[in-house]
Design a binder for this molecule. Sequence first.
Ligand code: IPE
Ligand code: IPE
Ligand code: MG
Length: 250
Amino acid sequence: MPDLLQQINPDKLPVHIAVIMDGNGRWAKTKGKPRVFGHRNGVIAVREVTEAAAELGVKYLTLYAFSTENWSRPAIEVNALMSLLVDTVKKELATLNKNNIRLRAIGDLQQLPDKTHKALLEGIEQTKDNDRMTLILALNYSSRWEIVEATRAIAAKVRDSQIALEDIDVNLFSAHLATRDFPDPELMIRTSGEYRISNYLLWQAAYAELYFTDVLWPDFRKEHFYRAILDFQSRERRFGKTSEQLAHAI
Ligand code: IPE
Ligand code: IPE
Ligand code: MG
């Protein structure tokens, strides 16, 4: 593992990494345990990845913790996830502060249970001055929700003559998304061998490098995170240009 770490080029780190933490349920099933057991162990992976990202110097880490669609799961699982979120935010607060990490959240937070919402806002408030890394939890988040919300906010401004129709461009649209304070993710990781985006950062990931691994989230460790970054660093990001153009760019 120290080998892997040494291979990482600190000058080519993704500034923002987004993760779809998937496979908790299947992990628990292989152990003959209820799904919630998988979620609880997923917290260990969250801790590892947060620590690894901060140590490396990654500035933004966004973790998909609960999608808008996840409300359709059995109530017992949804409730357990909401309690786990409260407990985890409360428990990790001291560590976040010790490590100078700022907590933020994206998603329709108003619709979360009161306790979860409160714990989250408190965590955000108590870490707001930290500036080593920003840890963003996507909670009750879905990209389509976010895009519709942005559209509505922009339309209202046009209606109220605060902006003109001609003012609407990519930058203005980005500035109305939940992620307005953060740069776009450059690397998106999904665990558990599923090859889809599941309504996550659709707009923001326009040019993200996608990395998929079969590792189930509760088994995900620093070593796996380093591998994803190394893979990212081996890619040529062309942004529509040709390879030759990039080679000759000054
Ligand atoms: C990811 O693991 C965690 C959440 C979606 C909250 P899953 O719970 O989706 O686990 P699998 O995909 O069913 O194994
Ligand atoms: C995506 O995982 C959401 C989170 C990781 C929170 P899901 O397990 O809900 O995604 P699908 O349903 O398999 O696409
Ligand atoms: Mg899943």
